[in-house]
Design a protein around this ligand. Structure first.
Ligand SMILES: [Zn+2]
Length: 350
């Protein structure tokens, strides 16, 4: 595959829209404007975008989350620098020396995460968040305020989508805009009359902060089946090879057998029958599939256990390197195979 940039213009736009937890409305507006001419779209009170594709049969909900990890301004220091707090599990290791976008009341401002000059660096591990500061190019608190910056403003990585090699893409927020992209593509290619179910596509909020934004959508739709579409760890870099699994970029989407955050009692164990159906569908339609058992993550479908009547849930994951950093990296083969697998699942008997 030689990725043609022009084919992925929607994804390029999608990853650059700011959407930290609780501030996803610009992402929702973009997706709604792309789909509203072909599907019924509504945004619920919490901010979830619910796209009703239609079809006859049991209610099925596919879900991908719109929010991304980022930062929130906590206070402005006398010399104009900002102290920030993380929103979601943003990588602290990737922050010093990175470029950011600060979404202030007067618009988007460039910002830098300060980093020690190598000459003065004692090479201590980065573990102390209190040493992190953001530079917006001012020299006093007043100057920073004049720019329109105030506590509560948010920052995202400034890292537009890049194409690497034949088929890799790299940038911020691939987790989970790449999942959103898959659902958007699906909406464009599906005809309701070919569906053996009544399909809803949910673009959910507040996954990175508390996992539970999708509960409101689940409660209002009342689906019998939920399929989560999100990123998962790839273990194909020299530092991670051999840890947890052999999941690698380019070897297909992964079917989730379990994920958990150790010690948090938040394990998600998908429905066994549905998970087997994913495996059978992939095999029958010659789509490569990897097996996922991830420790250290949870996703939007974990919250399914809180839904009013419960639902059978399963998940398909897109391998991503460097999660929660400005250089999240995925393979377009996996993206295309995820779309194909989701489509094939819909025309089978979910
Ligand atoms: Zn995610």
């Amino acid at each position: 595959m030689n990725a043609d940039r022009n084919d992925y213009g929607v994804l390029e736009k999608l990853v650059m829209i700011p959407g930290v937890p609780g501030r996803e409305s610009l992402v929702a507006d973009f997706i709604r404007s792309s789909l509203s001419s072909i599907c019924d779209c509504r945004i619920d009170n919490l901010g979830n975008l619910i796209v009703h594709v239609g079809g006859k049969g049991k209610r099925v909900m596919f879900v991908a989350h719109m929010d991304e990890v980022g930062f929130i301004v906590q206070r402005i220091l006398p010399a104009g620098f900002l102290k920030v707090e993380r929103m979601g599990g943003t990588s602290l290791r990737a922050l010093p020396g990175s470029q950011l976008s600060l979404w202030a009341s007067k618009g988007c401002l460039p910002a830098l995460a300060g980093v020690l000059p190598q000459h003065l660096d004692s090479n201590e591990p980065i573990s102390d968040f209190s040493k992190i500061f953001i530079d917006v190019g001012t020299s006093s608190k007043e100057e920073t305020r004049v720019l329109g910056v105030k506590p509560g403003d948010v920052l995202t990585w400034n890292s537009p989508l890049k194409f690497l090699g034949d088929s890799l893409i790299c940038g911020k927020a691939l987790d989970d805009r790449v999942g959103c992209y898959c659902l958007m593509q699906l909406a464009q290619m599906i005809k309701p009359e070919e569906l053996a179910c009544d399909l809803y596509l949910v673009f959910s909020v507040q996954e990175e902060s508390m996992l539970m934004g999708s509960i409101a959508a689940i409660n209002s739709i009342g689906p019998e089946v939920i399929v989560g579409v999100d990123g998962t760890f790839a273990f194909d870099t020299p530092d991670l090879e051999g840890r947890q699994s052999d999941i690698r970029l380019g070897a297909g989407p992964a079917v989730k057998w379990m994920d958990a955050i150790r010690g948090k009692l938040a394990a998600f164990v998908p429905n066994y029958t549905l998970t087997n159906l994913i495996c059978e569908t992939a095999q029958k339609t010659n789509i490569p599939l990897q097996d996922e058992i991830s420790i250290g993550m949870s996703t939007a479908v974990t919250s399914v256990i809180y839904a009013q009547n419960g639902a059978r849930a399963c998940a398909i994951s897109i391998p991503i390197r460097y999660h929660h950093t400005p250089i999240e990296t995925a393979d377009l083969h996996d993206v295309e195979n995820t779309i194909a697998l989701l489509h094939n699942l819909l025309v089978s008997k979910l």
